[in-house]
Design a protein around this ligand. Sequence first.
Ligand SMILES: Cc1cc2nc3c(=O)[nH]c(=O)nc-3n(C[C@H](O)[C@H](O)[C@H](O)COP(=O)(O)OP(=O)(O)OC[C@H]3O[C@@H](n4cnc5c(N)ncnc54)[C@H](O)[C@@H]3O)c2cc1C
Length: 402
Amino acid sequence: MTPLFDRLDAVPTLSAEERQLLDSVKALARDQIMPRAAAYDRAAEFPWDNIRAINALGLNAMFVPEAYGGAGMSYAAYLACVRELSAACASTGIIWATNFHAAKPLIDFGTEEQKRRLLPRVAEGALLALAITEPDAGSDATGMTTRFTPDGDEIVINGGKIFITNGDVADLILLFGKWSEPSANPSDKNGPSDKNGRGSISALYLEKGTPGFSVVRKEDKLGHRASSTAALAFDNCRVPRANLLGEPGGGLALLLAALNKSRPSVAAHALGIARAAFDDAVGYINERRQSGRRIVEFQGIQFLLADLASELAMCEAWLWHVAGLVDAGVADIAVEASILKMRASDLAMRMATEAVQLYGGYGYIADYRVERLLRDAKITQIWEGTNQIHRQLIGRSFIAQG
Ligand SMILES: Cc1cc2nc3c(=O)[nH]c(=O)nc-3n(C[C@H](O)[C@H](O)[C@H](O)COP(=O)(O)OP(=O)(O)OC[C@H]3O[C@@H](n4cnc5c(N)ncnc54)[C@H](O)[C@@H]3O)c2cc1C
């Protein structure tokens, strides 16, 4: 068979140490995480075994800088690990990736004191969550109503979040809300007349067990059934002001910068699902025979395979392109990240759908992994900005500024 994807996998320029870690992750994914995925999915049970195994490898440390107890590895190496874990178990992949999504803003925007206090815990294997979405603030996150009210050395939080990955298990939650003093941010040009309160969006870290914090419910989902998705409530929760990330009202810029790093990450996760579906489909149609021939020998099937393989190859090449930009320190990658997130997730959905089709009736049966991959793929088109929103962001970027 063609070495197409083996060559592509060799593209990211990883150090010897990074390659060694990736090999360990591959072995962990193959030997432990993949064999447990179906049972965890069926039971909709949080995969603590997998998290313990990931932490035994010290995997969080790869994205934490050395100065704070980590190993400071490249973004490309991180994305390669996300893809590997997600191909084995999409739920486990997103649980681990969420640690990165919630920790990266601290690494990029935290004060020295915050980084010294919080990052060693992340490196040692803390679970994190990133809480933005609210019942009336989804695609337009600026409509959030969770309130942060300063009170001396503390901030009082009131409000609620929904659909929060790791929300019930996280040790630390990066929480977005609105500063309750509209004029507190001198750089907020819109001031109190800013009806939507975009200029008051702020971010802080909330510790597990903070009085007033509660898990309202856990969602029963179509896919990613082993990852937990929780609705959270904050009732006069008090956190030290020292946990505020950035300035009061500086949260929107921080959020947009954070999305530039988390969107390629969810794309790598989606590509893990796509790669698993492709591998399963190719394996199956090389074995399954009808009308005296292997399914792969029918030309109509070969045309489909050509389209799927080409799209996968292009998308993976783009993943490493975006990784290269981030590792080179290019800050404004919003359009590249949107293109990647949109295409990778659309491909994951298409690949999983076609894989089920290629399995025929067996694809619809829970005994085969493609059935789960199809259920897992759908959310990738919805979270981290729906694909309609990404199409809007990409298209809008071509409007000439007059
Ligand atoms: C399993 C799961 C895990 C999640 N994890 C997290 C998490 O960890 N943290 C977090 O904060 N959130 C999380 N989310 C929330 C997720 O990011 C939101 O569901 C998503 O942003 C969409 O918001 P919404 O559901 O309110 O849909 P809406 O915004 O109500 O959108 C409904 C539909 O309208 C379309 N639409 C909306 N606006 C426009 C527009 N301007 N133009 C065209 N179409 C538009 C959308 O594309 C969509 O098809 C998670 C959700 C799920 C289901």
